[in-house]
Design a protein around this ligand. Structure first.
Ligand code: IFM
Length: 448
């Protein structure tokens, strides 16, 4: 049979095996509001997402995270599931209002205990905990004071971070401060389809700066404790390309790169906002006064690691309109391009040096409940691209697919299934999908 006539999986089987470096971390990621449930239990306070999801018309089918995947009550079972998959790393987030019900003040011992049990359970099973401090669930009590619109929120966040470093710092090797500040800015404060549901681009940019400041202050807080772990942020990044071969499209791709990538990367790693991004802000834009002397030094002070959430590429035309030149998924914002991952990882190395990288999210939603061969193809292609980046010298240390479990997909509710493990939300029964068994094999072989 000629190679061109072979089925693609046969071609792949014949291809050279891709082995990852020894000790490469094989992980999966989740976030608190998307899986935990137990929204009102054991003293947990409400977050902006509890309030938002209960407002009519905000989330598809009126779904909420009240129960989600009931992970809070099924911790042992889910930890065993991770162990059986062979995971060596697990990225989770801590619900700020579970630990501090009103965002500051007295610690809720039962809430903290849940994360103690989670971390201890991971370590007992040989799985490295990767703890995210903020995955969008701002305590509602703080939102009532302006939330991230209020500069004080950066300090409230650092105080909460300090509480977590003190409690878990002896056992957590990797901390991530923020998850995808860009999504909070673009979706929570500009499109308004995520909590807190505002549509104000000027305010959004102020929020973006305060989030970065909160990151910097949290990094400082870690350094002030005995915690030995490394710390960084998890950014959602998307390489941008001109949709056609015109000067106008190239110019727009550069502008899009400023919004998608550089406005987050440069403050963290260069201690400044990109010149072109700043110049594009109106002279009276509130973000200009939000950025105060000394902020960028705090934001850029020693990031040990960078978490990369990669879902796809961005193509723009000469008018700045986004067009999809690659396949999408049920998540119609997703432009699937594994090569884009290689471009992104090598570009980070080129622009920012050898910062240790971890892929903190990568995945797609599929409609096939158990035989998710489309997910296997996606994961295989992206891991292949990641492997190529490693061969090109990128210091990529670990990979976390999104997501371990089907979960509450924000404004889409339970209509999009991103997990390698199927969750029957009526019974909470877990069932491994084909992709879970495939990933288990990849982990066992340390490659594909
Ligand atoms: O489910 C989300 C996650 O919370 C943040 N990154 C993107 C995922 C898929 O939309």
């Amino acid at each position: 049979m000629l190679p061109s006539a072979m089925h693609s999986s046969e071609t792949r089987q014949d291809a050279a095996r891709l082995t990852f470096p020894a000790g490469f971390g094989w992980g999966a990621a989740t976030s608190a509001y998307q899986i935990e449930g137990a929204a009102k239990e054991d003293g947990r306070g409400p977050s902006v997402w509890d309030v938002f999801s209960h407002e009519p018309g905000r989330v598809r089918n009126g779904d909420t995270g009240d129960v989600a995947a009931d992970h809070y009550h099924r911790l042992g079972e889910d930890l065993d599931l991770m162990r059986d998959l062979g995971l060596t790393s697990y990225r989770f987030s801590i619900a700020w209002p579970r630990v501090l019900p009103t965002g500051r003040g007295a610690v809720n011992a039962k809430g903290l205990d849940f994360y103690q049990r989670l971390v201890d359970g991971l370590l007992k099973r040989g799985i490295a905990p990767v703890a995210t401090l903020f995955h969008w669930d701002t305590p509602q009590a703080l939102q009532d004071l302006g939330g991230w619109e209020n500069r004080d929120c950066a300090n409230w966040f650092a105080d909460y971070a300090h509480t977590m470093f003190t409690a878990l710092g002896d056992r957590v090797p990797t901390w991530l401060t923020l998850n995808e500040p860009k999504t909070v800015v673009d979706v929570g404060y500009t499109a308004g389809t995520h909590a807190p549901g505002k549509q104000d681009r000027q305010l959004a940019n102020v929020v973006g700066h305060h989030l970065l400041l909160g990151h910097g202050l949290a990094v400082q807080a870690l350094r002030g404790t005995a915690a030995k772990g490394r710390i960084g942020a998890a950014l959602s990044l998307s390489p941008t390309y001109p949709a056609d071969d015109t000067e106008a499209a190239r110019r727009q791709a550069e502008i899009a790169d400023g919004e998608e990538n550089r406005r987050w990367l440069d403050p963290l790693f260069k201690g400044r906002y990109p010149q072109d991004w700043l110049a594009a802000q109106a002279p009276d834009a509130p973000v200009r006064t939000a950025i105060r002397d000394g902020d960028l030094a705090i934001i850029s002070a020693q990031n040990d690691v960078l978490g990369v959430n990669y879902y796809g590429t961005t193509h723009v035309t000469g008018t700045g309109a986004r067009v999809m030149l690659h396949p999408t998924s049920q998540a119609t914002w997703q432009e699937i391009s594994p090569d884009g991952l290689h471009d992104l990882l090598t570009r980070i190395k080129r622009d920012h040096g050898d910062i240790p990288l971890t892929i903190t999210e990568n995945g797609l939603p599929t409609t096939n409940p158990l035989k998710d061969t489309d997910r296997i193809t996606f994961l295989r292609d992206h891991l292949t691209a990641a492997h190529r980046a490693i061969q090109d010298g990128v210091k990529l240390e670990s990979y976390h697919l999104w997501s371990l479990l089907d979960n509450f997909e924000w404004a889409e509710g339970y209509t999009q299934r991103w997990g390698i493990v199927n969750v029957d939300f009526a019974t909470q029964q877990r069932k491994r999908k084909a992709s879970a068994d495939w990933y288990r094999g990849v982990i066992a072989a340390n490659g594909l």
